[in-house]
Design a protein around this ligand. Structure first.
Ligand code: ADP
Length: 211
């Protein structure tokens, strides 16, 4: 399967752009969704996390309490490494499984924090899986404006989230392709997406085994 990984900061337009590829018939695999699914109630990973950190890691409803988990690993490098060693192989194999099950000519793998995770094993694994990295690019003022508008958060809150993510230049340094999701009209942007889609269709057909 030819895999295009798509990434970008908050409010850059990953979801919007992924939906446009989906409208062109391309199946989308969402790494964030997978990261949540693998620790859903009843999963072996949640059982392992609960026995490692104790039942206080669960909410009253038996869900993983991400806030508590974040606090527990924040200042504990060993706990963080343990968690990554547990989850990354599971997330990776589920991403591979879902990408392999795709029946469209190529697969779009949405990885919101690909760049932030670039120093971790997971990012290497994603990159090995991805044939191409597409970065959705807008300037920071646009990211803030669109995030505030979408989420109803203050400028300060949006700025704080941006500051916790990779910078625009760090992201662009990882790109094979860049989609400008800012300049021009909706139509211009749609045409850019269509051009990328044609390119990926061509790459995917070159890679397909000859019969
Ligand atoms: P992400 O998934 O990267 O956080 P979204 O796709 O949710 O970003 O887009 C953030 C917000 O910006 C949404 O409200 C979306 O409708 C809007 N948006 C996305 N692309 C554009 C665009 N080209 N022009 C104007 N608004 C846009």
């Amino acid at each position: 399967m030819y895999v295009v990984a798509i990434t970008g900061g908050i409010g850059s337009g990953k979801t919007t752009v992924a939906n446009q590829f989906a409208a062109l018939g391309i199946e989308v695999v969402d790494a964030d969704l997978i990261a949540r699914e693998v620790v859903a109630p009843g999963t072996p990973a949640l059982a392992a996390i609960t026995s490692h950190f104790g039942p206080e890691i669960l909410t009253e409803q038996g869900l993983l309490d991400r806030r508590v988990l974040r606090e527990r690993i924040f200042s504990d490098q060993a706990a963080k490494s343990w968690l990554n060693a547990l989850l990354h192989p599971i997330i990776r194999s589920e991403m591979l499984r879902q990408c392999a099950a795709v029946s469209s000519p190529y697969c779009l793998l949405v990885v919101p924090l690909l760049v932030e995770n670039r120093l971790t094993e997971l990012a290497d694994r994603v990159l090995v899986m991805a044939d191409r990295v597409l970065v959705i690019d807008v300037d920071e003022a646009t990211q803030i404006e669109r995030t505030c508008h979408r989420d109803g958060v203050s400028r300060e809150q949006a700025q704080a989230i941006l500051a916790s993510q990779a910078s625009r230049s760090e992201r662009l340094a990882m790109a094979d392709d860049v989609l400008d999701n800012q300049s021009g009209t909706t139509e211009t942007i749609r045409a850019r997406i269509l051009a990328l889609h044609e390119t990926y269709l061509a790459f995917a057909s070159q890679q397909a085994p000859q019969v």
